[in-house]
Design a protein around this ligand. Sequence first.
Ligand code: FES
Length: 253
Amino acid sequence: MSDKGMTIHLKIWRQARGAKTGKFVDYTVQNIQPAMSFLEMLDILNEDLVKKGEEAVEFDSDCREGICGTCGLVIKGTAHGPHAATTTCEVRMRGFKDGETITVEPFRAGPFPVIKDLVVDRTAFDRIQQQGGYVSANVGSAPDGNAVPVSKYYADKAMDVASCIGCGACVAACPNASASLFVSAKISQLSRLPQGGLERGRRALAMVAQMDQEGFGDCSNHGECEAVCPKEISIENIALMRREYMRGALKGD
Ligand code: FES
């Protein structure tokens, strides 16, 4: 590495808005510092492209600190890159070698159509959430915080899955493009809390039906979703989702 930083070669998927397909285009960026984030490296690439009068590479990001789930790239063939429990925006360039060639692609799945370059449409997740990812609450003043007791065991379990940021890496990594990990996290979070009891009978039925309607595949236990999940959501939640589905289908409440 020179005093000025690393040189990185990139193969980036470029796809025009409205186009059915695209292609990899080669770029080289220089003076990349190891402490930079992957997205900052792409920012530098885009500054270079704009200076040259070329079109910048489009990619999604918002918080850039692993909270919002907006970012999501397939880096070197892995959703969110080669580092475990890390979102794309948290990937640091120190994890790559000077002179390395890195492929960068969008999350690929039928229900996540490419909008442009590395940006995909993930509104399918919103439509699934609208089918049951909520709880009913009486209007009026806010209830006391301790009005509904929740045991520590279930509070911890619910918090574990509440960390799902809906990034879609689970779908991108799954050979079936299944959204089961995402959907199960949302069902698991609400079914474990008394506040989620009112919709329990219909929640799993409605969310799974919407998942099917959006074109996501079913789970066949590959486990790739769990491996790439930046929040380390366990696939044991998919078993719980199936139990909730059967409970809803048999009991109806
Ligand atoms: S930009 Fe928010 S999680 Fe990456």
